[in-house]
Design a protein around this ligand. Structure first.
Ligand SMILES: *Cc1c(COP(=O)(O)O)cnc(C)c1O
Length: 499
């Protein structure tokens, strides 16, 4: 073991707060700072080529072209770009990302977009159709998720915005009705990172609670985390990492007993679980049929099969929803109100979402769910037959697997060589595949299992090979200095915005 490894090992055993303090002091030393900076630069330079593959051979615009370019030429270039590497989702090589992807469905959505491309729901007087589409999207989603005549909500730009807004709503509701000035959210570690984002943006505290061996929220830990400042408890149906559904009946009951909010994050499951339940799969309670559930997020742009940029946040009643709204009465620009974070919004996306929902209908969603869950059964069986791998929890269609004998990130890399774009998870180290209709195409499940078997065999035969994502995850997992990892991620975003 070299000294660096030894030092990191020592640090990882220390109190994280103490480590953070040491790190802050260390980084203030100019020579250390310079060294870290030059290391970052080296790593980023290596990444640049893969992040920016179009530098050669395509028109690049670092400033406005003096004369506008021809529309035909632009369309030709766009098509060429798309053909290059950006269509591997079509054959089902990608986890999540494109949830429907059938060509006729896409063409239909594109036509609807074209009809409404100028619509802006901010101007509901000019485009009353936007309010029609949005109110009906909310109503259809509420009816699907056990809502009653009081259930209400708004559309948002995505799961993250739905979550941000629900948390802001609880913050403002608790301040007004309970006088809570230092609001806290209690969420299992597996709840989506958007809850951390909400806490950061809205100056709330988030208390993360552990999961049990089945990857579900540990109920007694949730109970222990509650205090007078808790404004809401969060549960996932299912959670992104392991696709496992939290014990929401029990968790929401804790919230109901204390008169606080309970948010079910059904961003992934909202448009799958109601149909899985009807198909006879074991689906524990998660929706408004549970009296303690006071809000739900459900992503129309995932398994609702709408275009990206659309989600729904629902509330048990209008009183709660009103805390989400923004109004301004003294601005020289006039009386102003908006339901969500954005001002102007793409009304076309609401029209597209409405159209997707009504053209698919109950039977379409049920059929899609049946296909996805049957594909999941095939893949789960395949994973179970690979002795080196272990499925985490007892998921329905969002699968993650780990290994006790191999570096699972090496398996991730070997799968990437075979064109698969899967996700790496950590804490614990695992690989994740969110099944969509793309994977329900004939032969995809079989190809996945076959490739996975080969990938595992390859890693087993060559355990010491380097490269790919394995060292990155390896480093992120062992590094006690979290701000170094965080800095690296920020530099990666910088790189994305580099022309
Ligand atoms: C995708 C997802 C979100 C966030 O949604 P975005 O649309 O990416 O903003 C939240 N929760 C869960 C469980 C998700 O899978």
């Amino acid at each position: 073991m070299d000294w660096m490894e030894f030092a990191l090992g020592q640090l990882s055993r220390m109190n994280p707060r103490l480590v953070a303090l040491i790190e802050k002091r260390l980084r203030a030393v100019p020579s250390v700072k310079r060294k870290i900076e030059s290391d970052y630069d080296g790593i980023m330079a290596e990444l640049e080529r893969s992040v920016k593959p179009y530098r050669d051979g395509f028109f690049a615009a670092a400033r406005l072209p003096a004369e506008g370019r021809s529309r035909d030429e632009i369309i030709r270039e766009m098509e060429a770009l798309k053909q290059r590497e950006e269509s591997k989702w079509k054959e089902g090589f990608v986890s999540g990302a494109v949830y429907h992807g059938d060509e006729r469905h896409i063409d239909f959505l594109n036509r609807v977009y074209a009809i409404h491309s100028q619509s802006n729901p901010l101007h509901s007087d000019v485009w009353p159709s936007a309010a029609k589409f949005e109110s009906e999207i909310v109503a259809m989603t509420a009816a699907m998720l056990g809502g009653d005549s009081r259930t209400c909500g708004t559309v948002t730009s995505g799961g993250t915005e739905s979550i941000l807004l629900a948390m802001k709503t609880y913050r403002d509701w608790a301040r007004e009705t309970k006088g809570i000035a230092a609001p806290e959210i209690v969420a299992p570690v597996t709840a989506h990172v958007a809850f951390d984002k909400a806490a950061q943006y809205f100056r709330m505290k988030i208390v993360r609670t552990p999961i049990d061996s089945s990857c579900r929220a540990d109920l007694s830990a949730v109970k222990r985390a509650l205090n007078r400042n808790t404004v809401a408890i969060v549960g996932s149906a299912p959670g992104f990492p392991h696709g496992v559904i939290d014990p929401i009946p029990e968790m929401s009951e804790l919230a109901r007993e204390r008169g606080i909010g309970f948010h079910t994050d059904a961003c992934l499951g909202g448009f799958v679980l109601p149909w899985a339940e009807r198909l006879g799969y074991p689906v524990p309670g998660f929706d408004f049929r549970l009296q303690g559930v006071t809000s739900i997020s459900a992503d129309t742009h995932k398994y609702g099969y709408a275009a990206k940029g659309m989600s729904v946040v629902l509330y048990r009643n209008a009183e709660l929803r009103r805390h989400q709204y923004f109004t301004a009465t003294d601005w020289p620009g006039g009386l102003y109100f908006s339901p969500t974070i954005a001002g102007s919004r793409p009304g076309a996306l609401s029209a597209v979402c409405w159209a997707a929902m009504v053209t698919i209908g109950e039977r379409g969603y049920m059929e899609a769910t049946r296909k996805i869950l049957e594909t999941a059964s095939l893949i789960k069986k395949g994973i179970a037959e690979i002795p080196e791998l272990r499925l985490l929890g007892d998921p329905l269609w969002i699968l993650s697997f780990a290994s006790d004998s191999l570096d699972i990130y090496r398996v991730l890399d070997e799968m990437a060589k075979k064109k698969w774009a899967l996700n790496g998870l950590h804490k614990p180290a695992a690989v994740h595949l969110a099944l969509t209709l793309r994977h329900a195409q004939p032969g995809v499940a079989e190809r996945f299992v076959e490739d996975l078997r080969e990938a595992v065999a390859q890693v087993k035969a060559h355990p010491d090979e380097r490269g790919g994502m394995a060292p990155v995850y390896g480093m992120a997992a062992t590094l006690p200095l979290r701000t170094v990892v965080s800095d690296m991620l920020k530099r990666y975003i910088d790189l994305l915005y580099k022309v």
